[in-house]
Design a protein around this ligand. Structure first.
Ligand SMILES: Nc1ncnc2c1ncn2[C@@H]1O[C@H](COP(=O)(O)OP(=O)(O)O)[C@@H](O)[C@H]1O
Ligand code: SF4
Ligand SMILES: [Mg+2]
Length: 325
């Protein structure tokens, strides 16, 4: 049984201009101990999907209008935010893109991590402090015993992200969701943080749902990949299969736009980006949501929505290309 099984999730937002179908029928499952990458350009519904799991989005204007979110056999979708407090941090940890927005500026980082530990586990103040220092050591913060008494602004961006990871992992959750955890960091620090996340995953035996807009990150970290476009899953496969046999035109475009360090400057500038942009998700056009950007689009594409179908073991995609006719 999967650790987390999201089925038919629809999360919509009511706005003055109409209903934004941000997540519109998404199926994603994560097995114990695996790293699943969810990839897609900005605005494809990755964050809303992740935040829906723990009801971290503002409701209203957001609403889960359909679907199930089965975590260890229990459906989280009908639970209230208050009921989900038990699951947050203890069972499912969350690492946000911008740590400053989720760290409390007036508490030391030690107080914040210890608070989370004490809320979920029967530990004394002293034990909580010891565990906190241990976590900071684990995420390789130098002089952890001294740094535990510092405030968030006293850390660099990369160190703050390490603190966020320590906080998310302090209660040893079974799943950690990391939403673009390195996007705000420079490239060398990005690589260090991704390595750290992988290392922590192996030590603590947790599953990771890593959200990213960068295919390069996917290649380095994922075991399995889900590609999202405009509120839907368009392709899903084990990582080697996805890069070896990318089947959806959108996935192919994302892979072609990976910066290639092996090419010289002249070739690099010819990097192929996908033309156009993600459609606004109010009254999206019928049929395939990628049609306006797809060079393979056929007449059926704007009429009928392609459904996910299995094209190889564990490899599914939603495109009319190659449909049995
Ligand atoms: N509070 C909100 N109100 C209205 N629309 C929203 C809100 N939050 C997100 N959206 C819309 O939902 C869509 C998906 O957003 P998001 O999940 O943040 O994308 P991603 O994380 O893939 O960049 C976007 O079109 C975005 O504008
Ligand atoms: S269904 Fe049609 S428009 Fe959509 S990706 Fe496939 S070929 Fe392109
Ligand atoms: Mg996002």
């Amino acid at each position: 049984m999967a650790l987390l099984d999201i089925k038919g999730l629809k999360t919509h937002f009511t706005t003055d201009d109409g209903i934004v179908q941000a997540v519109d029928g998404v199926d994603i499952s994560i097995n114990r101990g695996e790293t699943l990458c969810v990839v897609g350009e900005s605005g494809c519904g990755k964050t809303v999907t992740a935040m829906s799991i723990l009801k971290l989005i503002a409701m209203p204007p957001g609403k889960i209008v359909a679907g199930e979110i089965i975590f260890e056999g229990r459906d989280l979708a009908p639970l209230t935010s208050h009921q989900l407090d038990e699951i947050r941090a203890k069972e499912i940890g969350f690492i946000f893109q911008e740590p400053m927005t989720s760290l409390n500026p007036v508490l030391t980082i030690g107080e914040q991590i210890a608070e989370s530990l004490r809320r979920h586990e029967a530990v004394t103040r002293k034990q909580a402090l010891e565990r906190t220092i241990e976590m900071l050591q684990l995420v390789q913060i130098p002089n952890a015993a001294g740094r535990v008494h510092h405030y968030p602004h006293q850390f660099s961006g990369g160190m703050r992200q390490r603190v966020m990871i320590a906080m998310a992992l302090a209660c040893r959750p079974k799943l950690v969701i990391a939403d673009e955890p390195t996007t705000a960091l420079d490239v060398t620090i990005q690589a260090q943080i991704l390595d750290l996340l992988q290392d922590m995953k192996e030590r603590l035996g947790m599953a990771v749902m890593l959200i990213t807009h960068a295919m390069g990150v996917v290649a380095e970290t994922a075991q399995r990949v889900v590609v999202m476009y405009a509120g839907k899953v368009v392709e899903e496969a084990p990582v080697d299969e996805l890069f070896g046999n990318p089947s959806h035109p959108y996935t192919q475009g994302l892979i072609r736009s990976i910066p290639r360090i092996d090419l010289d400057a002249e070739h690099k500038t010819r990097l192929e980006a996908i033309g156009g942009s993600v459609p606004i998700l109010i009254n999206p056009p019928p049929g395939c949501r990628f049609a306006s950007r797809c060079k393979h689009a056929m007449s059926i594409c704007t009429k009928q929505e392609p459904q996910l179908r299995e094209i190889a073991p564990g490899h599914r995609m939603a495109c009319h290309l190659g449909d049995a006719s």
